[in-house]
Design a protein around this ligand. Structure first.
Ligand code: 9WO
Length: 266
């Protein structure tokens, strides 16, 4: 699987190539990164990649031509590769979208002959904007999809692109070990994570919940699900609404709320 990023700041991507799970998966050949700097595709001696916005106003807008040339270079040999523009105007990224992207990429890899070249032919192009954005005609001509991480503005698309790559790569088979399994993540079953504890047993006068020290596995599983349901109900009720609950889960949520009311009285 190959990610091609169009970026004026290729050095930033050392954040995912240089550390952690994404680095290990890269070293194992499970994914590849190609970086394309629009400056290398500009047509003047100054290597210009931006200009003032028509209609006036602050800031600069990225020129269409160097970006289109960079995108063409990124797609060479993979005409089916989709182009994603990371922007606050995009569709909100969700875990389901991450999973669908992974599926689509793995499907591309299979169609293009499996095994060796597959890692290369399953390709996603990520367009990272800077300044005030990108000439709209470039978006119309080249972008298949716009994706947003949420309703906030940052200085450019790079951090968002890296977040997207990280989210997809950690879903690849064999990237996480059993203990880290992506199936245990928040959102794998549409719920927030339960609280986590590690040593020491007492910290700043506060104890680890007794059930976690009991060694009673079934009770622990039940407690964790109850906490996840309770947290999701209180912090992200819309997630629980979408997901629904079975009778057992409704009982656990009821228990959570009663226990919380009890704790409140103490
Ligand atoms: C910059 C700017 C400067 C002066 C006046 C108005 C301005 N708006 C912007 C702006 O929104 N720039 C964006 C920076 C252009 C597209 C790339 N950038 C970006 C992507 N910021 N935030 C994102 C992003 C991407 C995905 N999810 C959340 C945020």
């Amino acid at each position: 699987m190959r990610f091609d990023c169009i970026t004026l700041f290729p050095e930033m991507f050392s954040a995912i190539t240089g550390s952690g799970i994404t680095r290990r998966a890269l070293e194992q050949g499970r994914w590849q990164l190609q970086l394309w700097n629009p400056r290398d595709f500009s047509s003047d001696n100054y290597r210009t990649v931006d200009d003032r916005p028509y209609g006036g106003g602050p800031g600069m807008v990225m020129l269409a031509e160097p970006l289109e040339k960079a995108i063409a270079a990124a797609r060479e040999g993979a005409p089916q590769a989709k182009v994603i523009y990371l922007s606050p105007q995009g569709e909100p990224l969700r875990q389901n979208m991450v999973k669908a992207m992974l599926q689509e990429l793995m499907q591309q890899g299979v169609q293009d002959g499996g095994k060796a070249e597959a890692a290369d032919e399953a390709r996603l192009v990520l367009l990272c904007g800077r300044y005030e954005g990108v000439d709209e005609r470039l978006i119309e001509r080249c972008v298949d999809r716009q994706v947003s991480l949420g309703d906030f503005v940052i200085s450019g698309g790079e951090l968002a692109a890296m977040a997207l790559i990280d989210a997809v790569v950690r879903q690849l088979p064999g990237v996480l070990n059993d203990a880290q399994s992506a199936e245990q993540d928040t959102f794998s079953d549409g719920l927030l994570e339960c609280p986590q504890y590690t040593r020491p047993e007492q910290y700043a006068g506060s104890e680890v919940p007794a059930v976690l020290m009991s060694g009673h596995h079934a009770n622990i599983v039940r407690w964790r699900l109850k906490q996840s349901l309770g947290r999701t109900a209180q912090r992200r009720p819309e997630l629980l609404q979408q997901r629904g609950m079975n009778a057992m889960e409704r009982g656990l949520l009821e228990e959570f709320l009663q226990e919380q009311a009890q704790d409140g009285k103490r």
